[in-house]
Design a protein around this ligand. Structure first.
Ligand SMILES: Nc1nc2c(ncn2[C@@H]2O[C@H](COP(=O)(O)OP(=O)(O)OP(=O)(O)O)[C@@H](O)[C@H]2O)c(=O)[nH]1
Ligand SMILES: [Mg+2]
Ligand SMILES: [Zn+2]
Length: 366
């Protein structure tokens, strides 16, 4: 039955886990996460990922336990401690192992004190093993953490003029490499392009595949590519990220039946920046694994990188960079640059090189 208030109750945040399958996957040990299932492989791998050595430290205060951050951006931070979900908040004295960055992000492992009635206070945030960061819009010295401790970011775009932006995709791919996260590219809304436009998308997909990335072409309307996407995320901790309106939440709703997360109702594909999703949430997948939905973004400022290192985040450049005449070659103006030669012979795609130059330039302006 439809509720007048859209299903939300005052003072009681909507629960993100309709199913209890997270409990099937995890149970709480004395001071650590433990996998409760039988067998090997994915489960154990997942368990290891979520149980860094630091997390095994014996907590002196009996009341303190470890938990995983499942949702940020709502009225409460939602945690899951392997047994149950808790509404939580940090306090002034909350300590962190991650300097100059968002205090609490989805995927973070934290220590908390149980306040009763499913309320918790976060006392400590453990160090992140991997992360997707962008520069804070307000303070370039500060990193906005979009998601922490995940296996793969699914950099999502859509096959429309407005929403297929290789410059943005490349910034994402660089940020993933900098944060130690694998990345793949997903181009959604493949039902929309005509034959000519489809050819353009195929060329772009080939460019990313040649650079070493997997590319998925999907459509929530025709079902294209969804089996491949389902297989890819299974057993992993993955996150959708990308421009607003590309269909991240729509894909998530397909991959997790009964989820019914809110998506944009606008059918006008040229609409941009609607920002339907305002919270970041880690959802348990059917079977094993977690998949995160994140709010759409419009710009992606890279957080503090050394321009001399930028080419190391373009995997296809690396084969050539060793051959440059100068070891410190930035592949811009230097003579004897093997990267530029590879661009001229189209062994490196000129569009990727152009985006490399654009990133360098934008950073030098700051
Ligand atoms: N034609 C077509 N439309 C789609 C597809 N996937 C999603 N849409 C539509 O695109 C619009 C945006 O979808 P959302 O899932 O809300 O996009 P989002 O990326 O989550 O957007 P934010 O939450 O704002 O970041 C909605 O109107 C969807 O119905 C698709 O494969 N094909
Ligand atoms: Mg969304
Ligand atoms: Zn060079």
């Amino acid at each position: 039955m439809a509720k007048k208030d859209g299903g939300k109750q005052r003072g009681s945040p909507r629960r993100v886990h309709k199913r209890k399958d997270i409990e099937k996957q995890w149970r709480k040990g004395t001071s650590r996460w433990q996998y409760a299932g039988e067998g090997e492989s994915d489960h154990d791998q997942l368990d290891r990922r979520l149980s860094s050595p630091r997390q095994y430290q014996v907590v002196s205060d009996e009341q303190e336990r470890d938990a995983l951050v499942m949702q940020t951006g709502g009225p409460h931070i939602l945690l899951h401690d392997g047994d149950r979900e808790l509404r939580s908040r940090p306090r002034r004295s909350t300590t962190t192992e991650n300097a100059n960055a968002t205090l609490i992000a989805i995927g973070d492992r934290v220590r908390y004190i149980d306040m009763g009635e499913e309320e918790a206070v976060i006392t400590h945030v453990y160090g992140r093993e991997s992360f997707l960061l962008r520069a804070s819009v307000r303070d370039a010295e500060y990193a906005q953490v979009l998601v922490a401790n995940i296996d793969e970011v699914i950099v999502t775009a859509a096959a429309t003029d407005e929403l297929l932006r290789p410059g943005l995709i490349d910034r994402y791919l660089v940020a993933c490499a900098m944060g130690g996260v694998d990345a793949c590219v997903c181009i959604n809304k493949m039902d929309l392009p005509d034959d000519e436009e489809r050819e353009f998308v195929d060329d772009l997909a080939a460019m990313y595949r040649d650079a070493g990335y997997d590319v998925l072409l999907t459509s929530c309307v025709t079902g294209e590519g969804l089996d491949e996407l389902t297989a890819r995320v299974r057993g992993n901790i993955s996150a959708f990220s990308g421009h607003s309106g590309v269909g991240k939440t729509s894909l998530l709703n397909v991959l997790i039946p009964d989820l019914e997360e809110k998506t944009s109702e606008l059918s006008d594909q040229s609409q941009r920046g609607i920002h339907t999703t305002t919270r970041s949430t880690l959802f348990p997948l059917p079977g094993e694994g977690f998949l995160a939905d994140t709010p759409g973004i419009r710009e992606f400022g890279l957080y503090q990188f050394d321009p001399a290192d930028l080419h190391t985040y373009f995997p296809e450049f690396l084969d050539y960079a060793d051959e440059c005449r100068f070891p410190s070659c930035t592949h811009t103006h230097e003579p004897g640059c093997a990267v530029k030669e590879a661009v001229e012979s189209e062994d490196i795609h000129p569009l990727r090189y152009r985006n490399y130059l654009q990133i360098l330039e934008s950073e030098q302006q700051e």
